[in-house]
Design a protein around this ligand. Sequence first.
Ligand code: RTP
Ligand code: MG
Length: 139
Amino acid sequence: MATNRTFTMIKPDAVEAGHIGGIINMITEGGFKIVAMKLTQLTVRDAQKFYEVHKERPFYGELVEFMSRGPIVAAILEKENAVEDFRKLIGATNPAEAAEGTIRKKYAKSIGENAVHGSDSDENAAIESAFHFAGREQF
Ligand code: RTP
Ligand code: MG
């Protein structure tokens, strides 16, 4: 597998709870190299756009409100097979179903407030990275 990149956010629930350090530690222990990172906050419009694929879902309004309510950490991560391996490291969307040793098992509170985001394809990783970081912020 070629080395490639994925995009992640530490979501507002985990930032509020003081888990930035713990989550970054799991990411680097998992073999991912951080090639961009910042503390930022999504506006309501940003969150609507970011999760536009879910706009017909019943949880969309709640998701937008949650994702814009406080600071997040946005980052780009590099590793062989990055997208798939990072989805494995974060675990299932619902923490009740997340495997032992995953970030969501350790830090997620619920299916809605689930601590971290991970891109679901190489194409979305590139789109999401460009949404948050200028070329000169990506190392
Ligand atoms: P993400 O995009 O944030 O990495 O999460 P995911 O792929 O595991 O899950 P996805 O289906 O893309 O859903 C996006 C986010 O919406 C919230 N959600 N709430 N209340 C609910 O039933 C529900 N389902 C999903 C979660 O924050 C989920 O991560
Ligand atoms: Mg998703």
